[in-house]
Ligand binder design. Sequence first.
Ligand code: FA5
Ligand code: MG
Length: 443
Amino acid sequence: MLASSIRIQRVSLGRYTTTGSCGLLNVCKKTWYSTKPAFEIKENETVINGKSFDKDEWTNVTPAILAKVNRQLHLQPKNPISIIRQLIESNFTDFKTFNEFSPVVTTKQNFDDLYIPKDHPSRTKSDNYYFNKDTVLRAHTSAHQLQGLASGENKFLISGDVYRRDEIDSSHYPVFHQIEGFFYLDNDLTKLQNELNRVQATETPNIELVDDTVIKPENPVQACHSSEASDLIAAHLKHNINTMIRNLFADEKDLKVRWIDAYFPFTSPSWEVEILYKGEWLEVLGCGVVNQKIMNGAGLDNKIGWAFGMGLERLAMVLFGIPDIRLFWSEDSRFIDQFTPGKINKFVPFSKFPPCIKDISFWLPEGEWHENDFCELIRGEAGDIVENVQLIDDFRHPKNNKRSLCYRINYRSMDRNVTNDEINEIQEKVRRVVQEQFKVELR
Ligand code: FA5
Ligand code: MG
């Protein structure tokens, strides 16, 4: 955990964040994964899967992140991420599935098409991986809602890897996976009621529900919708989600699910769903009634719909008992051979290797300090060997008013012992690069 005074507020595609922008540029002429030529970072352009993107002042994709693009954990049959995806899909049997949209999308797809305002903080360089001002690694599967609608299907699911610059700890990784659900129907009260009756007849989720959300001005029915139609489609959404969660947690006897109000520019009303797991509320998805402008833009003026976006890692960590988010990326057979497609079983940890802890302290120069950029730089130099980065001291000199920070970097490999010498070498590199990039004065 980072000290709360400057803890970076994580970015939700709906909420506001405190981080600003200041990207890093990494140059590397290495081609990864010979089977699928993935990427090459050249002087003036970045090539990924055969497509080239000119660099500009927005460019901040790094070799470490581009190396993840073709891993597609959600499609590796034995990976828990893929197992969870398939279990979710099995709850929506008549939905069309899209699992292979490219994560390289336009800023139009990721933001504009979803009515995310131009000045919304979720667009900043500090929170996203940009190829250039117009092209980004998708930050959510909602970036493909219009592609789903263009297919002509009225019920579909979209899964994929999504990318956000973030802090480093056991539950945060710059790549995670989401599954998006989308459903629409004629905006006709009889049809909506019949459809709701149909789904409610087949399943009654047996869970303890906490849902005291009410429609209010901060989370309103859209002006173009009648409250009856909006309530019916919302009830359909809630029933589908509650049933899915019940089925996923079939072995949890006392499952508690809580609905809370939320805000997303692309839905209204909007909610987030949390589950009570081992005494803690865990946010698992965001959802709501689709912004009618999205429907109308797709030529579906007389339809009304719902959408949700759910993270797969958090569910998989809970259901499979996986303690560290980096493990999903492990290619160690002791990890991957523990799992069977279609089945949830508890992960048996292989021995935990000892950590190697190093501190880095420095005086900051004038100007802003963005912790995401610092974490990104450490990831770039050290890769997955970094388990977490923690701010342990934040101090201002009483005389010259200069600010000094001390971070503790916890290095630990998931599959072998690390030597002090090897970590010293990495730490030296980290120190050098931090000094060069951020113009700090090392202590
Ligand atoms: C979104 O990404 C919206 N696109 C969701 C949505 C879709 C809303 C359709 C309405 C309609 P948010 O940023 O809250 O929202 O992320 C959605 C889910 O992704 C979260 O509930 C969580 O389960 C998961 N998630 C978000 N950030 C992380 C993270 N850093 N690590 C792991 N999972 C995350
Ligand atoms: Mg959220």
